[in-house]
Ligand binder design. Structure first.
Ligand code: NAD
Ligand code: UDP
Length: 311
C-alpha cells in the first residue's frame, strides 16, 4: 500500500509511520513541522515533504490511503495557534479528502475526544453528541474537529469517498514533545528535573490515558476496516490528575513534591471527566488496548531519561 500521512512528523504520526513501514507500506509524510519534529522520523524510511496541507497539495503520485493527523493538538496550541488549527481542520482536511476521492483511497480522519467537550454523559460512547462551548478557549480545536467530522461525512455522501473516523482519547508515550504543556510529558519532565509537579485545580479531574502503541494499533484497525465509524480509540482506565502525579513521582523515584496550583486562565472549561466507552471498537474492529498505565509510563520515562534534550 502507498500511504500519504499528513502530520507524520508529530508524536502519534511518527509512530504510525513506523508501523506502516514495518508492515511493508510505502509512506509519504506531508508535514509543515509547526508542532512536529524531523527527529521524530529519524531511522524511519519514509519520503518527507515539508508542506502546509492548508495550501494546495503538490502532485505526489498515487495513493491507496490518506491519513489525516495534521493538527496542533495541545491546549497551549489552542492559545497560540487558534487560526492555524481552524485552517488545518477545515481547508487542510478538505484538500486531503479531495485527494483521497480522486485516488479512490481510504481516508482516515484523526478526530478527538474533544468533540464531546466537557461531557455530561460518562463514559462517552460515540452516540453522545457532546457539551461544547463554541467560543471558549478550547473552541478553535473542538469546533475544527467537529467540523472535520461533518466534512468527512459530507464528502463521503457527495463524492463516495471511503472514510473512517477515529476519535482519539488522551494518548501518551515516547516522542511526545516535552514542553507542549500536555500533562503526562509535563509531569515526567518536572519529576526528572526534581521540580514540583503542577497539578491544576484540586486534581480531581480525570483522563484515561492510552499508550501510543495501542493507539497506533487502533488507528490501523480503523484504516483497515471499511466502515465510517466514528470509533472511540482510547484506554478506558480512568485516573485523576492527582493520582497521575503521584504515580509519576513513584515511577521516576523523584524527590519532587506534588503542588496544587490554580487552573491557568487559558484552561477555563477544562473537562472534568473523560473516559471512552470502547464497546464499538472492541466489537466491530476487534481492537482493545493492552498496555497498562504503569508499563506505558515506565517506557516513556526511560525514553525521556535516555534523551537528554527531553528529560
Ligand atoms: P503533534 O502536534 O505531535 O502532531 C501533529 C503534526 O501535524 C505535527 O507534526 C505538525 O507539524 C503537523 N501539522 C500541523 N499543522 C499542519 C499543517 N497545516 N500542514 C501540515 N502538517 C501540519 O500532535 P499529536 O498528539 O501527534 O496529534 C496527532 C493528531 O491526533 C492530531 O490531529 C490531533 O488532533 C489528534 N489527537 C491527538 C490526541 C493526543 O492525545 N495526542 C488526542 C486526540 C486527538
Ligand atoms: N494538567 C495539570 N497540570 C499540567 C498540565 C495539565 O494538572 O501541568 C491537567 C489539565 O488541567 C487537564 C489534564 O491535566 O485536566 C489533561 O491535560 P492535557 O493538556 O494533557 O490534555 P487535555 O486537557 O486536552 O485532555
Amino acid at each position: 500500500m502507498r500511504a500519504l500521512l499528513a502530520g507524520g512528523g508529530g508524536f502519534i504520526g511518527s509512530h504510525l509511520a513506523e508501523a506502516l513501514v514495518a508492515r511493508g507500506d510505502e509512506v509519504v509524510v506531508v508535514d509543515d513541522f509547526s508542532t512536529g519534529r524531523r527527529e521524530n522520523l529519524a531511522g524511519i524510511v519514509v519520503e518527507v515533504v515539508e508542506h502546509d496541507v492548508v495550501a494546495s497539495l503538490p502532485d505526489l503520485g498515487r495513493f491507496d490511503a490518506v491519513l489525516n493527523l495534521a493538527s496542533p493538538a495541545s491546549p497551549d496550541d489552542f492559545r497560540t495557534r487558534p487560526l492555524e488549527i481552524l485552517a488545518v481542520g477545515s481547508r487542510g482536511t478538505w484538500n486531503l479528502l479531495d485527494l483521497a476521492a480522486a485516488e479512490g483511497a481510504r481516508f482516515l480522519q484523526a478526530s478527538t475526544s474533544e468533540v464531546y467537550g466537557d461531557p455530561l454523559v460518562h463514559p462517552q460512547a460515540e452516540d453522545y453528541h457532546g457539551n461544547v462551548d463554541p467560543n471558549g478557549p478550547r473552541s478553535c480545536y473542538d469546533e475544527a474537529k467537529r467540523f472535520g467530522e461533518a466534512l468527512v461525512v459530507a464528502h463521503a455522501g457527495v463524492h463516495g469517498t471511503d472514510v473512517g473516523i477515529a476519535r482519539i482519547f488522551n494518548t501518551y508515550g515516547e516522542r511526545m514533545a516535552p514542553a507542549d504543556g500536555r500533562v503526562v510529558n509535563t509531569f515526567i519532565a518536572q519529576a526528572l528535573a526534581g521540580e514540583p509537579l503542577t497539578v491544576y485545580g484540586d486534581g480531581s479531574q480525570t483522563r484515561s490515558f492510552c499508550h501510543v502503541s495501542d493507539q497506533v494499533a487502533g488507528l490501523l484497525a480503523v484504516l483497515g476496516h471499511d466502515g465510517r465509524g466514528p470509533f472511540n480509540v482510547g484506554n478506558p482506565v480512568e485516573v485523576t490528575m492527582l493520582e497521575l502525579a503521584e504515580k509519576v513521582v513513584e515511577l521516576t523515584g523523584s524527590a519532587s513534591e506534588v503542588h496544587l496550583v490554580d487552573l491557568p486562565a487559558e484552561r477555563t472549561g477544562d473537562p472534568a471527566r473523560r473516559r471512552p466507552d470502547i464497546t464499538r471498537a472492541r466489537e466491530v474492529l476487534g481492537w482493545e488496548p493492552t498496555v497498562g498505565l504503569d508499563e506505558g509510563l515506565a517506557r516513556m520515562i526511560e525514553h525521556f531519561r535516555s534523551n537528554e534534550d527531553l528529560g
